[in-house]
Design a protein around this ligand. Sequence first.
Ligand code: SF4
Length: 428
Amino acid sequence: MAFKGRPELLLPAGDLEKLKFAFQYGADAVYAGLPAASLRARPNGFGREDLIEGVKYAHDLGKKIYITVNIFPHNSKLPVIEKHLEWLRDEVKPDALIVADPGVIHMIKDIWPDCEIHLSVQANNLNWRQIKFWQDMGVTRVILSRELRLKEIQEIHEKVPDMELEAFVHGAICIAYSGRCLISNYMSHRDPNMGTCSHSCRWKYKVHIEEEKRPGEFYPFEEDEHGSYMMNAKDQCLIPYLKELADAGVCSLKVEGRAKTIYYAATVAKYYDLALKDMLDGKPFNPELLEKVRRTAHRPDSPGFLFGTTEDSVYYDKNRPVNTWLYTGVVREVLGDKKYLIDVRNKVEVGTEIEVVTPEKDFMSKVEAIIHPESKEEEQAAHGGNGERIFIIEGDMPVGSFIRQQSENAEGASEDAKFECPVSADQV
Ligand code: SF4
C-alpha cells in the first residue's frame, strides 16, 4: 500500500524551549507532560504555566501537542491523576492524551468522554487483536511496540485500518519491553513505570564467572578494555526507512528523548523533516541525511527490530556514545557586523572550523574571534559559568542557529548500522 500524504513528525519536548526548537526545525507535533503524571519525572522542565503556554504556542502555529499521562498509578495516586486530568481538560486543552494504564483510560472516559486517547508504547502494543480491542475501548491511536517488524505493522494496518499507528523512529531503546522493566527498580529503587528510570541497563557491570570445580574463585568477564555493558542497547535510527513505514500504514513518526538537548530536538527534527520532504517529492532517500543526523551524539545505531534479527539489529554491546561532532553553541542574539552572542556548550578556539545549522540550511564557516561580554578578546571559550560569548563568524545565522565542530576524539562511528535495507520488503 502506498503512503497517503506526509506522516506526522512527532518530536519530544522536555521543556518549553525544546518545544519551540522542535517546531522551528520542522516538527509537526510534540509530546510533553508534567513530572507527576508522565514518564519523565526527573529530567522534565515543564511547569503548569509552561504547559499551557506550550499548547497555545503549538496551536498558534497550526501544530499539535499531545500530553503524556502514561504512568501506571497505584490506588493512592488516582485522586492526583483525576485532578490532573480535570486541569488538562479545563485549562490546557491538548490535542490528545498519551495513556498506558486501562484504569486511567477508564477515568478519562468518565470525566472527559470526548478526549482523544493515544495508547502509550508502555502498553506493549504488539498484535492486531489487541489493537482492535483498544479501538473498541475508544482509543484513536496506538504507539506501536518497538519490537514489531515492518511486516507485522503492515498486517496490523490491514486488519485495523481505521486505527492511527504511531511508530518510534529515532532514539534510545530499552533492553526490556517498555512498561515491563524492573531493572531500574531493582538496582536503584526508581520505577520506570512511575517515570523515574535510572537507565540501569546502560550501566557498566562487572560479570564474574566461576568454574564448577573451583568454588569461590571468580574470574572477571569483560567484553573489552572498557568493561561489560551487557544490557546497553544500540539506539534506533530509521531515517532511511520512512517510506517503508508510511507504506505500511504508519501515520506518525516519533522521536524519543524528552531529556535530551535543544540541539538534539532541532537537528533530529531538521533531517527527518528533510527526509519526509524528499519522500513526498518522490525522491529516493538521500544518505547524506543519515550522515547529518548521526553528527548529533548518539550510541551506535541500528534499525532495531524493523527487519527482524540481522547483524545490524538490536544487540547489547559496549555502545559508548558516538561523538563525531560536538555541539559547540547556539545563537542567542544577532548583533550585526558578523557578531553573534553564542551560548557556548563545548570548548572552542579561535580559528576552529565549524558547521552552522539553521532551519533553512547548513554551511561551513570559521570562528574568527571570541569576545567576552566585557569586551576582552579570548583565544578560547568553554561551557560553564557565564557561558555566553560574542563570536565573529562569517555567514547568516538567525537566532536559534546551532554551531558544531568535529571532535578530535571521535570514536565508535564505524559501529553504526549500514543503511542499506537489510532484507527486501517482501521478506520482512
Ligand atoms: S532501565 Fe533501561 S530497560 Fe529499564 S526502563 Fe530504564 S532505559 Fe528501559
